[in-house]
Design a protein around this ligand. Structure first.
Ligand SMILES: Cc1ncc(C[n+]2csc(CCOP(=O)(O)OP(=O)(O)O)c2C)c(N)n1
Ligand code: SF4
Ligand SMILES: [Mg+2]
Length: 278
């Protein structure tokens, strides 16, 4: 019989800990398929987040480094700069990326680091029990907005794709969803472009993926999908926000120490004496 469907090789056999109907698992599968298709399993290093995806290193065969709250883009920057030939991606929720790690996100983007960010926007802090995130919709009820989010005390939702696409640094920014076959295929294609952009050394790529949290939204999975389509899509429109190949990312930091010493020799600074004083 012809085999028409199989589990991506890079996924391990470990059962995931996600709630039934959570789309983190769907997104893991798509990321894994793209890594398989590009043949980069042995060269890929993931940076896992805080939040519900904290254990994702158990589900992928490729290397992973765990980052502290919000610090994944900074960790990815370091990993990529010492391993410029590896493919480095972060996988972060909206609490991790758009609240706790806003600074790291914006600065990695504006520096145009040659990394890929997979950003999971489920409009809530899932893991910690359903508190408001910066992406929570106006009027949305969460544990910390029991009467619904309102502007005078909680401000307005942050559109990461919109915000980062105003910066000069990023190369590719897209917002996708996984509520239908059509959108799953689009997400797969977008992740493929994002990873390829990095492989080609063409710069910073971020794919924002709208995701559901049936548990903390307090809905069965199918109802959560419907709620997402009716409400979340209006606030966070799907689409391509930036697509510009940029070539100034060949940061040769593998030899940075040597270069720094040479530069300081030229400027008359004695590096050895600085090291001794340290
Ligand atoms: C009680 C508590 N407060 C704060 C934290 C720190 N913290 C870890 S995960 C998380 C939220 C992550 O939400 P998000 O990044 O949106 O990921 P999701 O779980 O929604 O996928 C926070 C605030 C914690 N672990 N415990
Ligand atoms: S709490 Fe929400 S985001 Fe976390 S695994 Fe459950 S459904 Fe998914
Ligand atoms: Mg979240």
């Amino acid at each position: 019989m012809e085999k028409v469907f199989s589990k991506p090789h890079v996924l391990t056999d470990t059962p995931t800990h996600y709630c039934p109907g959570c789309t983190h698992g769907v997104i893991h599968r798509i990321v894994a398929k793209v890594i398989d298709d590009l043949g980069i399993e042995g060269d890929t290093i993931g940076i896992s987040p805080v939040g519900c995806a904290v254990f994702m290193y158990n589900y992928f065969h490729c290397d992973f480094q765990q980052a502290a709250h919000g610090r994944a883009p900074a960790v990815a920057t370091g990993v990529k700069r010492v391993h410029p030939d590896k493919i480095v991606f972060t996988y972060q929720g909206d609490g991790d990326l758009a609240a706790i790690g806003t600074a790291e996100t914006v600065h990695a983007a504006t520096r145009g680091e040659n990394i890929t960010i997979v950003y999971i926007n489920n409009s809530i802090y899932g893991m910690t029990g359903g508190q408001m995130a910066p992406t929570t919709l106006m009027g949305q009820v969460t544990q910390t907005t029991p009467y619904g989010r309102e502007a005078s005390t909680q401000g307005f939702p942050i559109g990461i794709a919109e915000m980062l696409s105003t910066l000069e640094g990023p190369s590719y920014i897209k917002r996708c969803a996984v509520d239908s076959i059509k959108h799953i295929k689009d997400t797969e294609e977008s992740l493929r472009v994002a990873f390829q952009r990095q492989i080609d050394k063409k710069g910073f790529s971020l794919v924002e993926i709208l995701s559901t949290c049936p548990t903390n939204w307090g809905m069965p999975p199918l109802e959560a999908m419907e709620w997402e389509r009716e409400n979340v899509f209006k606030v966070f429109p799907l689409g391509l926000y930036k697509d510009k190949e940029i070539n100034f990312y060949h940061k040769d930091v593998a030899n940075a120490d040597e270069k720094a010493i040479k530069a300081s020799e030229n400027s008359g600074t004695d590096c050895d004496s600085i090291k001794e004083e340290d």
